[in-house]
Design a protein around this ligand. Sequence first.
Ligand code: HEM
Length: 177
Amino acid sequence: MDQDMTVTTENLKKLYKVSEQSPESFAKSPIKPYIVKIMERGELPFEELIPNIAVFLFAALDTTANALSWLIYNLARTPKAQEKLYEEIHRVTQGGPLLKSHINNIPYLKACVKENFRLNQISSGNTRILPVDINIRGYHIPAGTSFHMQTISSYSYDPKIYENPYDFVPERWLKDS
Ligand code: HEM
């Protein structure tokens, strides 16, 4: 099978052909991205592969990469927070890898993630189609309306809610501060 796993329509077509013509060699493929595993199950038509890959790229990679880039930026401009986070992680891991089992002992890391999302929202919000009529402060919105709940909004930077709103202050999210 072709080893070039770049996600292009051409490569996908090739992969799809192999999966149909020679399922055995497909099963032996040394490189198995998640999408190949889905193809192996043979339940997804080709036309649905592209939108699904788009969802992986948008929903998973873009979001995670952007969130991490902003977090690195915010830590770089806030050395005190960076130092505190380093100490917490070092205390918990003792120099080893950070594991799922550490999840309850890393409150400062969780606070950093929350503060990062306050300052730099990765998703613009959620859209839903209303199943019933609703009334919000006198505005009648009928059922069937596509309704967007915006998370990127000025309240995230409102000094009445957050003191020094443009500063990266993870302590805002710690229970005891
Ligand atoms: C920092 C990382 C991420 C952020 C900020 C994020 C954000 C979101 C948000 C806000 C939604 C809700 C959209 C809505 O219901 O209107 C959502 C849904 C979803 N996310 Fe993520 N996401 C992240 C990482 C990931 C990863 C790593 C994956 C997959 C491996 C993923 C897969 C999905 C999927 C499949 C949905 C749709 C769920 C459904 O409606 O059933 N996301 N994400």
